[in-house]
Ligand binder design. Sequence first.
Ligand code: DSN
Length: 447
Amino acid sequence: MWYDLIEKSDPEIFGSIKKEVGRQRNSLEMIPSENFASAAVLQAIGSALTNKYSEGYPGRRYYGGNQFVDEIERTAVARAKSLFGVPYANVQPYSGSPANLEVYLALCKPGDVICGQSLTDGGHLTHGWKTSVTGMIFKSVQYGVGDDGYVDIEGMRRIILKNRPKLVWVGASAYTRAFPFKEVWDASNEVGAYVAADIAHVAGLIVGGVHESPVDYSHIITTTTHKTLRGPRGAIIMVTQKGLDKDPELPEKIDRIVFPGMQGGPHDHTTAGIAVALMEASKPEFKEYAQQVVKNAKALAEGLKKRGIKLVTGGTDNHIVLMDLTPFGKGKGVFVQDALDVVGITVNKNTIPNEPSSPFYPSGIRLGTPALTTRGMKEEDMVAIAGFITDVVDEVKANELPSDKAGRVACLKEFKAEIASNPRLLEIRGRVLELCGRFPLYPEITA
Ligand code: DSN
């Protein structure tokens, strides 16, 4: 048993871990940024490496005793360089948001103009959204999507040419189509901007050859390591050959800003987990996995459409499907997310382009297939899941949000209490449990 020591020493925390492992096993994890790291990755991040301090870089640390940590970090860096085809990688960023901030601080000064895809059009907070520090300390201009849900290429070009940003981001968190790497690169080159591709969502798909790589269309690439890449929570910053050609000092600038600029000691246990995940991602089985993630997303999209659900862009090229619930009214995402929770389908409510409601009460639901594909599910399972989801939507779509804040809070409280014992939802819960039972998760963990 994996958690036998915690069980003895701290039954309270053991109980919570056990319940969470059970939740992961008995529900359908469809948040597209989540995945199930392998048991080998879990062992690496649960190792005694967590005890070490290693400020600095391999061969030049501030503390002694780093000979084995050096081996691990050198291996992780070499694997990242080889897997993504880049000349430089830093594996120390604590996670995606600090990695992106490190890129800004390496290249820009406060007040510089920066550009990225708007959060409400699927972009990420750290690409200059107003409530992120990146939108507060830099002058952020944002591009978005057109009425068809695809990035508005002409609009993006106009914004870049007019505002002449220092740094342009390409990449997003709720976008179901291929990222326009070349188009952003071409526009940015016209004004001499640095291009940073944030591939956090699609890194595993790139490795698997089912999404284009930005290696020829960016100076810098950032990624988290825990989404489609299926590693531990962490991040990597890479510099491409194009980046080195533009600025040979980029690697040094990034190294210096990661440490000592923004971070202290790297999380060596995470570095080991990243190294293990990168090794796993280099295997032929991982390519099959990535291909299946996209096949599953397409099957899910088709299944939902057949049952009358509208999708942003009408489908998907990647691992994400974005349901547009506006045909049933505005702000329905919150009801559907809560009802899906009752049946054991874990998703997140999400804004849709031209959102008629608000980010907290949005009109969309974001779905993803990376975690279900790791469990071994295939297209026919996605079709079944599309049926569960549409049954849930049908059950709750008539609920209306009051327009005032206090009314909304009371309405949602009442709604949650009602759905917990809704017979139709409980019947669907039974079908979800039966499906989960056919795809065991973490047989290595006996807790
Ligand atoms: N929170 C991540 C996501 O869900 O897409 C992005 O950082």
